[in-house]
Design a protein around this ligand. Structure first.
Ligand code: GMT
Length: 375
């Protein structure tokens, strides 16, 4: 099939899932066209059956807000016609499902029928989408999608609770390509980050409020008082400066490393012992899954889709949002003894392996077949 994928090209989970899916589909022989404003961060190789079409939004002084949806829907129309695209797969409802639906209608006027699959990722529903300023448009574009998928049962439930949905929502969990992890890293440079006797704790995110970055630091602060440890913070976002200040205030400057955004998170996770994800809300927690496939145990909150990934007492522990004391004490339960840590690491890897792309890709292909019938 010829599939157009619309996504955010950034480090965020939805863009990562869309990109990895596109790459896997191309490897299966589909022709994949990414349509977005920048080449997606994890998309390195373009080729015969993997293309990237950039959406340009020319600046015009009249516009206080530049009309990205308009440019995107026009680009979709042109690309569908030029390459004979069979279906649109939009990731993250805002504004992609809305722009996709407009493109669909414009194409219909010319006698071209193109089905649209919308994959809901999380904040497009639970945070941004439910805001009264966006809600009617998000509700409309979900209902106008030919097939709707959600990345967890929890997100499906939230969508049905928040919106007035007439469509069936199919749950297709996020995934990981385990074949990439079958080889141990030979250049896993733990010694650059910590002393031999120190445990390495990691957090990776977009440093937005929803991630509860101060909780990450407070948990680490308690842990490092009991055992030697380092904290590695990966990512960029609005809470980063405050986080650096908090580390300074708590006297943790020497023990916390802020690495910024990274395209090589596996190189960091390969020497991590524990991953912290105390989020306020999380539809799935792809970062936790990526940690687990690298044999990293997880301490997380128990919200949204996280319990579908991190299993309490097995791959890590889950606590109520904000329960920093319990999260720190659970972290210590895992980290104190080598044998216990090893058990949690192995379990994390085993659970993550169940989310292998080989199980998930056919589910998307089934959905594509189903959507294709709407032509
Ligand atoms: O984590 C974020 O805030 C980024 C956001 C995104 O849209 O890229 O992530 C969401 O989608 C990911 C991929 O499906 C999920 O793993 C994340 O849990 C979800 N984030 C939230 O629900 C807060």
């Amino acid at each position: 099939m010829k599939i157009a994928i619309v996504c955010y090209p950034t480090f965020g989970g939805s863009g990562v899932v869309a990109t990895e899916l596109g790459i896997a589909l191309a490897e299966r022989g589909h022709e994949v066209h990414f349509i977005t404003y920048k080449q997606p961060v994890r998309l390195e190789l373009l080729g015969n059956n993997i293309h990237f079409h950039e959406v340009h939004v020319p600046e015009y002084p009249l516009f206080h807000y530049q009309p990205y949806e308009l440019a995107l829907s026009s680009k979709l129309v042109d690309t569908v016609k030029l390459y004979g695209i069979d279906l649109l797969h939009v990731h993250y409802a805002i504004p992609h499902a809305y722009a996709g639906y407009m493109a669909k209608k414009m194409l219909q006027e010319e006698g071209i029928f193109i089905p649209m699959i919308t994959t809901l990722h999380g904040t497009d529903i639970t945070l941004v989408g439910k805001h009264p300023f966006y809600k009617p448009a998000v509700n409309f574009s979900i209902n106008k999608s030919d097939v709707v998928t959600s990345v967890s049962d929890a997100l499906k439930k939230s969508t049905l609770d928040i919106f007035d949905i007439e469509k069936e929502i199919e749950v297709i969990p996020n995934f990981i390509d385990t074949s990439k992890y079958s080889l141990e890293y030979t250049d896993c440079q733990r010694s650059l980050m910590a002393q031999d006797d120190e445990r390495i704790i990691t957090h990776i995110s977009n440093f937005r409020k929803v991630k509860r970055i101060p909780d990450v630091i407070k948990i680490f602060n308690k842990v490092q008082k009991e055992i030697p440890a380092k904290l590695i913070m990966v990512g960029e976002g609005p809470e980063k400066e405050y986080a650096e200040q908090l580390c300074d205030d708590l006297g943790l400057k020497e023990k916390v490393l802020f690495l910024g955004n990274s395209t090589e998170i596996d190189r960091i996770l390969c020497f991590s012992d524990l991953f912290l994800l105390p989020s306020e809300s999380e539809s799935f927690g792809l970062a936790a899954l990526e940690a687990m496939i690298n044999k990293v145990a997880v301490i997380s909150s128990d919200v949204g889709g996280i319990p579908e990934v991190n299993k309490s007492g097995i791959s890590g522990f889950l606590s109520k949002v904000g329960d920093v004391d319990e999260m720190a004490s659970n972290a210590l339960k895992i980290l104190r003894e080598e044998a216990v840590l090893e058990k949690f690491k192995e379990n994390a890897f085993k659970i993550a392996s169940k989310f292998d792309i080989v199980h998930i890709l056919p589910l998307y292909e089934e959905v594509y077949e189903k959507a294709y019938k709407y032509r």
